[in-house]
Design a protein around this ligand. Structure first.
Ligand SMILES: *[C@@H]1O[C@H](CO)[C@@H](O)[C@H](O)[C@H]1NC(C)=O
Length: 354
């Protein structure tokens, strides 16, 4: 054995050291697709009634600004971006206050009310997923013009993609009254139909360069205050809708299987399953153990049905302290809940990308 044998290792070591210095952090940007769980303000710029750019939305955001986030404060992409050492918020692609300089380290294409199924986006006239992808393609061109081809390739490949939607496909579309989809498909078939769309979507962004993906599962959607209230009206008592929770559980199992399959099938891809079901159910069932006081109803208004324009500053019933509530409006979580979920995701799932 001579010292000579170690040379290749040493050289490799220095090459790695130099590359890691040049390229910096492992996740250079956060790129977001999905619905209101992750929309940071795109719906403000389109013709829809599904908006939240007025008080009391944003009452705990920077400068108390109502940005279009369906929350009293920040939502998961904001907390995730901060956790990766990037900005503590992710700007919306359609927001005229921002440009490619800002979007180079994080951008959100999500549209509240949308889903994997294009028919879902028609219910409230919001952006279908194909439109989010169109905007993403336009972003890639602008990014290349701004940082050059090599750096833009690096950003596109190393960015963390947050994908979060699906609840609207079931609650606003399939299970809604007069639903066309419910005539076409059994619930089980519709879950399969949506999973097919998830697969196509992941393959499409993979083709476009995405490699690190956080794919969000469905929450216990039968426990959303709106669905609880509907359950009560149906005379089934003040409980979560078992039917909807069961649907979410079954869907999440299929999503988990799809993720395993795609991680094997697509070279270089890393899809993490960001499943919020368990922790949200724990918060609903035992709010006190997380420091909450109320999980049955939301903070805004009566807490039973208000969201978007019905959740406004004229409503005298809105709670004074959202930190005591799991839900902000009848369909969305408070900032505090979003923070708890993100902390758990970072610790258990997303740390692999740090
Ligand atoms: C983006 O906006 C900033 C501040 O408004 C401005 O200085 C900059 O030139 C803009 N960048 C591009 C690429 O348009």
């Amino acid at each position: 054995m001579t010292a000579y044998n170690f040379m290749p290792c040493l050289i490799l070591f220095f090459v790695q050291l130099i590359t890691s210095c040049v390229v910096g952090g492992k996740v250079p940007a956060i790129i977001v697709f999905g619905d209101s769980t992750v929309d940071t303000g795109n719906n403000n710029q389109i013709l829809t009634v599904l908006r939240s750019n007025f008080p009391p939305y944003g009452r705990d955001y920077y400068d108390k600004k109502a940005t279009g986030r369906f929350c009293n404060g920040r939502i998961p992409p904001d907390f995730i971006s901060e956790a990766f050492g990037l900005r503590p918020f992710v700007p919306a692609y359609l927001d005229p206050m921002y440009n490619i300089t800002d979007f180079a380290v994080g951008v959100c294409f999500a549209s509240a009310g949308t889903g994997y199924d294009s028919a879902t986006s028609h219910v409230l006239n919001v952006m279908p997923l194909w439109k989010e992808i169109e905007n993403y393609k336009e972003y890639q061109k602008k990014l290349e013009a701004y940082v050059g081809i090599q750096k833009s390739k690096y950003i596109i490949q190393e960015a963390l993609y947050i994908v979060s939607m699906g609840t609207n496909d079931f609650l606003e579309n399939y299970f809604a009254m007069q639903s066309v989809r419910a005539f076409q498909y059994t619930t089980e078939q519709y879950r399969g139909f949506i999973i097919g769309h998830v697969e196509n979507f992941i393959k499409e962004i993979y083709q476009l360069g995405a490699r690190k993906i956080s794919l969000t599962g469905l929450p216990p959607m039968g426990c959303l205050p709106l669905e609880r209230a509907a359950n009560m009206l149906r005379g089934q008592g003040d409980t979560c809708s078992n039917n909807y929770n069961d649907c979410a559980l079954k869907f999440n199992e299929m999503l988990s299987a799809l993720i395993q399959k795609l991680n094997k099938e697509l070279p270089g891809i890393r899809i993490a399953f960001a499943n919020p079901y368990g922790i949200i159910l724990q918060m609903v069932q035992n709010p006190a153990s997380f420091g909450f006081e109320v999980a049955r109803i939301a903070c805004c208004g009566t807490g039973l049905f208000e969201m978007s324009y019905l959740c406004n500053k004229l409503n005298p019933l809105t709670c004074p302290d959202p930190n005591k509530y799991v839900f902000w409006d009848s369909f969305h979580l408070t900032q505090k809940t979003n923070q708890i979920i993100t902390n758990s995701l970072m610790k258990n799932v997303l740390h692999q990308f740090v």
